[in-house]
Design a binder for this molecule. Sequence first.
Ligand SMILES: Nc1nc2c(ncn2[C@@H]2O[C@H](COP(=O)(O)OP(=O)(O)OP(=O)(O)O)[C@@H](O)[C@H]2O)c(=O)[nH]1
Length: 182
Amino acid sequence: MPPKDRYIAIMGYRSVGKSSLSIQFVEGQFVDSYDPTIENTFTKVTRVNSQEYVVTIVDTAGQDEYSIFPPQYSMDFHGYVLVYSITSQKSFEVIQIIHEKLLDSMGKAHVPVVLVGNKTDLHQERAVTTEEGRKLAERWKATFLETSAKQNESVADIFHQLLLLTEKENGNAQEKSGCFIS
Ligand SMILES: Nc1nc2c(ncn2[C@@H]2O[C@H](COP(=O)(O)OP(=O)(O)OP(=O)(O)O)[C@@H](O)[C@H]2O)c(=O)[nH]1
C-alpha cells in the first residue's frame, strides 16, 4: 500500500505543551524551556496497522477565549489535536471555546479530534480531573488521552489514534492531500 498523507493541526491555550508534544513525537526529545510558537510545521513518517503515513503536524500559536479562529485551520486538515493542561482549568475552558469555533468555522457537527490533557507528570498541581476530560471527549465523540510530553507518556498514541479516526471519517477531507497550501 502506498503511504497516505495526513495533515493534522494541534491547537489549544498558551503554554499547554503543543510544541512539546509535537517535538516529542517527531524528534523524541523534551526541551524544558518555553518559547511561544507563531506557527511551526513538522513532518514524520509513521506506521499504524501496516499502513504507512506521512504526517504533517501544524503546531499553531496558543489561543485564548478572545482569539478569532484562524480561517486557514478550518480547511484541508484531516484531523485535530486539541490540548489543555491538566494543571490549568483556564486551558480546559479555552479548549471548549476553540472546539466550538472550529465546528462553526467548518460548518460541521463533527470533526476527527483527539482531546489531550497534557502534563500528567505535574499531578500535584492537577486542576482538571480525568473524569472531566473523559466526559468532554464523550460529548464531542472524540478520543481522549492524558499525556506527559516531558515523560513521553502516551504521546505517540495521540497521533496514532487520530490517524485511526481519519480512516473512519467518510468526509471529503480524506484524500485531498494535494490541495494543502502551507
Ligand atoms: N512538566 C511538564 N511540562 C511541560 C509538559 N509539556 C510542556 N511542558 C512545559 O510547558 C511549557 C510550554 O510548553 P510548549 O510546548 O512551549 O507549549 P505550547 O502550547 O506550544 O505554547 P504556545 O506556543 O505559547 O502556544 C514549557 O516550559 C514546557 O517545557 C509536560 O508534559 N510536563
